[in-house]
Ligand binder design. Sequence first.
Ligand code: FAD
Length: 1600
Amino acid sequence: MSSRISDRCPVSGSMGAGAMCPVVSAAGSKRGSRMGPRGCTMSGFAQSGDVHAAFGIPPHVNVEDFLRQRERKAINELLYSNVPSMAEIKEIQNAKGVKSLDQLNVDERDLLAVALGAPARQVILRAEEVGRETGWRDGYLSTEYGFQPPDTSEAPGALRNSPGRVWMDLCERMPGCIARGRVRESVAALPIVEGTAEAIPDKALWAALVALGMLCSIYRYEERHDGNEGINVAAKTLKLKGVPMSDDLGDEVKGIPRSIGLPYVQICIRMGRSIPHLTFFDQSSYNVDYIDPLSKYPYVGRFDNTRLRWAMFGDSAENAFLKGCADTSASFQHGPDAIAACQEHVMNRNNEGLLRELVRLKEILERMPSAFNTISPNDRSGENYVSPAEWVRWAKFSAPLSKRCPATSGLQFPPYLVMDAFLGRKKYDSFLGAEGVHLRAWLPSNLRAFIASIEYHYRIPEYVKASGDPRLMGVLDGVVEAYTGERGFMGAHRYKVFGLLECAGKSGRTETNGASGAADAMRPWEQTHKEFSEAMKERLEPFRGNRDIEPHEMRGTFEECRYRGRILNRNFVDSDPTRSIAMVTLDIQESGITFQPGDRLAVMPMNSWTECAKVAAALGLDSMLEDPVALDRTWTRYADHVGSVSHTNRPRLTVIDILRKGHLAPITKELATKLHTMLRASSNTVLQVLATEEWPVRASLGDLLQAAVKETSSRVWDQAFDLSGNLSWLSDLVPVEVPRTYSISAYSDELLPSTVDLTISRSEYNLCSTFAGNAKVVRNGVSSGFLNPPVAEEMDVLDDEELLIGVSRPFAFQLPFDDTSPVAFFAGGSGIAPFRSFWQSRCGRAWGKTSLYLGVQSREKFCYEAELRQYVNEGLMEVHTAFSRDSKGLVYDPVSRDLVEKEITPRYIDGLIIEQGQSICDLVMSKKQGGIGGYLYVCGSVGVFDSVMSGIRKALYNHRSPTMETAETILKTAFAERRFMLDVFMTPKPLPCNQPTIPLSQLAMHTGHTPDSHVWIGVHGKVYDVTDFCSMHPGGTNIIKSNGGVDCSKSFDLLAHTNNPEVSSLLTKYYIGEMTPKPAYHSEEIGMLYDLWKGYLRAATEQVVASNFEVGMIMESSIVWFQGDLFNMGGVRRFYHYQSRLLQGGFAALFGAALQELYLKLSFTLANSSSSAGPTKLPDVLGIIARAKGSTDAVTASNEISQIGQFTCNSESARHHEKGIITYAQRSVQYDMEFLESIREEACAGMDAFDSIMELDAASETQRIAALSAFLMQVLERMANRLEGFYAKLARYSVFQPEMERNPARARWNILKRKIWDGSFFILTRDASMNALSMSQNYRSQDGVDFDQVISQIEMNLHNTTLASPRNMGLNEQHAARAMNTPSGAPAYEQHNQSNALKAMSTFMNNNKRAIRRLSKMPQAINLEQLMQTYGSVPQAGNGLPTPPSSRSTSRSPSASSATRNPFPRRNTVNDAHPPSNMHQRRNTATSDTSLPNTPAHLSPTATMSALMTKMNSRSKTDNSHLPSPPQSATGAMSMSGMRSMQSFLAQQQKPAMPMPNTSVPAVAAHERSRSTTGSLRSFRLQASAMAGGMSRRSEVPRS
Ligand SMILES: Cc1cc2nc3c(=O)[nH]c(=O)nc-3n(C[C@H](O)[C@H](O)[C@H](O)COP(=O)(O)OP(=O)(O)OC[C@H]3O[C@@H](n4cnc5c(N)ncnc54)[C@H](O)[C@@H]3O)c2cc1C
């Protein structure tokens, strides 16, 4: 502990300054530290050594009691320590009268509380005392274990010795029962054992509760997922005959056998749960056993030290998810004790004690987010892997048993509710806030009592504020940040959930466990993200006020710098006389900052005085430096922030504040553009800068103003920079600078460190030629030049100014908890920075080997050599070096433990790694692969990172792997196991802006879902090929892949990646070009269609990715299909759910409302453009889709899936068809993927059309729109045809193929038996065929439909949409609805998209009432009010969208059915037009592989549209002989009739022959380049000579 804080040892309280910590000395300290471990206290922290001996405590006396007793003070000593002086008393007496002197005596409630002891401590002590005797029925709560059970074997042990053993036996058998499809029979077969005290002792209560609760949940789950849900129509539900049920015992156990229902209700009542329920932490925290109860560091319930007691499904996802959640809660093990201790110190007015405990609490909280790493969506992360699909299943399983039960929500985990109370959260208005309050009421009694004890008494934040102690305030701020800040637990949780939900939301998941994020507003994971954000803001409000920005918007801004510090000194760290790298020490005394190895410091830099002077001189502000400036919104926020950090009011910001703290360099495009506008385009230099092809420009605002002031007339200049007003233009022109991040380069075990070391490499760049001409002018980076200026310029900086600083912890760059793990650090140049904190904290303490591999230019630049040598000499670490420009090498000699001089050919770090290959390979390889599973850390520039990776790959190839691919796999595993960590440590590279543009269609094709294919993502107008980064992403490959092929800017913003320097600099490495922007269409209509089609392309691309995720999870693991060497119904069920959802929803994402919306708008456009020439024939896209879905093939395919559903609860017959089922599954998922890919390609072709349409030579916009719409309509029609082809293909295969089974005879016999016994197969086939016949009887494809038929189809679909808005439901209702949700329900994301499309259609129909009426020649008005009622809806499965292929339904075409159901009769309907005898004929285009291949050649939209326009008599002379002939379809009809009107229109125009644009990247790039308006600016001559010379002052400059 720092002597400034207290000279007393935090433990004994009896030590003098400078004395040794008795605990550490007793345990044998490595370096004679005077300190105990930081945060050590009287209890909780696992002290090594003999504490009794250290403090002279008599044996057998409890250490805590002894020490606490010694700390007790007399009531009077505590409460009357601040008695006013007699003079003051006299003053009060005179002012307020004698009676007022009663107030000199303390409040009685205070008196009572002090007399009784701290309420939180009392609750813990009572809980411990009573709990041990009563089986902890009030809830687990103890000093040492917090909310964790002290002994996880106690309750199950007691249950095992009671009749309740039957329940736990069944729990243990459960994964097998599920795999055999025999869960409900097994539950029904249990004997009835009552949950009364006679049968089940108190000690067994917790185990009984968890076992029975899990059994009831799995029973319900099996009942709801028995293969009759979804597409199945057989409805052969299992009937348990003669089994007594619990129907009379309450809604929760209704329909559940009495064997578990009765004891569950009885046990719950004994546990104080008036309505039987399980909490989320019952299922996780209280369902794990400690592997080694003595392995307590840093807490006992770690992932690696727990075993899931009762798994229901028995797969890795369940294991990882539940253990991971248990770990998160377990990491708060010592939190309750720290909180109680805080309260005691507040009562005792002991600021030093409070400081200690707050630091301890902060460290506990800071550790918590690491627990999230235990749940990984990365499929290579071994036992930590949780596949999103199984997470979905978990949500269904854990749904509440009735709508009265509290939800099984993560929000109920005790740490959250406790910390909310501790920090005095006032607002609970948000969705999650309200839920938290509700869930709190259902916590076990001890937990509720504990929360109440801190909420109502001795509130710590209030005490800290009143104390005025900056250390306490600083540490408390750290506690707030660690718990609910953007970089803290809540922030990390929010990002973790976003990633998982995004993956899951696209593949079947409807909402989170806590029911947030239901799909009615934005994308579900965004909605959840927002809800988390609202809850975070509520929590932050008492400390940071009511902020109007989202937490992620604070990232990378000044808001992250919540402390103040000063530069203390700058030291040389190597022999380089220029000190290009320096150790900069900051003074952080009294700030309350604490840090750990690996942490980073954010520093708000200040501009050099020279740069400030340039600006001030040019603007004429040099005599106004102290003048106040009117602030814009961001500067106002900045001023507020400074006030909040310094605990004062908002300070007044002056000219010099803006210049010192604003962004002056490099010049960004925004800055140059703003100046250009202010100067009314009068400065050539500004124009020249704007013409650059690389942003930002390497120069400063000062440089620019210095040049511009000479070129601009004083009138313009004076108007732009008006010195007579409030100078608001200054804060508008100069934005607030952003902080820079530096790895902390030191470890401190002081309670509150007084200094912090940084290793700063000065970044230098050459001033751009616009200003430097041909000279080479070296400039320093803003921050590195400020922190480590060139030695000669050091006088230019003043170090007494306060800096804003902040600390953050990279969770993906941490030392392992386990000190025995070997670690290796790979550093280049100043990349050594974080490793200094690592080696200082680890060496001597850890048993595992510590090695440093360092690459620097020369011996001269070898940083920290003396310190490292000392560590090497002491045998504490190995150091290996590579000098790239120096042959005077150094070699590590393990025998002499020294670094020995040796001549070595200069080499980079990869050479060193290859040389040390053997040992590095051992470190990289996991224990399972035969390696030692070391932890590897890389830090430095991108170049260093590349070099290290290449060295390791080569080393693996040389020593361990047969191919480079295997080497890659080994590396990927290390990343997935989070043993390979990166600190990417660089400034972003300026990016050229003249790169090729990449069309959206090309982006969409790069989803990386097939072997060796690439993953591209689009971010803020740029495209990146992130294939190589996927495996390194800390969140896992799938997180990136879920955004593959699409523009993911929004996710980037929400995840705060956009302003994360690490991310942006890494991205520059993967940049491949610019995203083709939306063309500037003259017509709004094309713009609208563009947006719509873009959305559709996105949906098609995301569908490919999502299906690939799910298919991969189903097909790539043998465990899914076999369990206990037998066929696993788990696999059958998964496949059934996936395929059933796809078929039943009829590929809703692609053929649902989104497509209808497109169809509606295209039809409208086409009808509009041809209205003068009589009725338009349009392709009957919706009809084709509906007929495809209702076709015999679709019904056959659905039947087959339905049969598979029947197996899930009946493995008896499944075992005869094992191979048939697996082969069928393989084939259908392959067809699914092929089909989805083909739809995506079609969508790409449509998208390309939007890029080409501008190139087409059209007489008018109307013609252009018509051509585009006709082409797109053709694409839609082809898609619809493909659906038909898909069903036809699928229908050819059957599950029942006896010849391929292991016992064909039994398989045949089983088929026969099933048919005779069941009969459903025949019935289904017959029914469906009849439906198929009846529904297709009126259709002839080439006829097309009229516009009014289209409208009536859409109208019917809208009309039939059933409405349900989850947001209007109460919480419990929502949870219950989730429980009822079957797998047929569309994924949340799909529902969200459908809902949006429906709304858009309604709006469109409403807005265009008149035109629609005119075009459809309707005799009366459409009742659009009815349509509007569909607003705000989430469509249910099987709603009015094109009818699903379920053979339950009649599967009629909407147009056909509309004839009978439509209240508004239409003329010219299909029914009218074609007599019933016209039978539906399957067209070759849709069903035959040859005429419509699955992966069609990419259509050339330009060519096709040109062809269309040729028909329109335009002048396009494109050779379209190579074009795929459009399917024989109604488009032809439309073209002929529709074009007639355009023909005459276009004939009036004379146009040159149309060129054939090429959509390939270079061509488009050339096109983009030619569009650049700034290209011509290159002709401006350089005016560098005019700018040379001294600094220009506003008044001195001769100006035009
Ligand atoms: C996680 C992390 C840890 C780090 N740790 C350390 C450390 O321990 N020691 C250390 O010395 N450095 C470290 N850095 C780098 C440090 O944060 C700064 O980036 C570095 O000091 C340069 O900042 P500057 O203000 O001096 O340079 P700047 O003035 O920001 O500019 C330097 C160069 O970057 C270019 N540039 C600036 N902004 C942009 C932009 N938006 N787009 C494109 N180019 C741009 C400029 O043109 C110039 O060439 C770390 C970075 C990260 C992300």
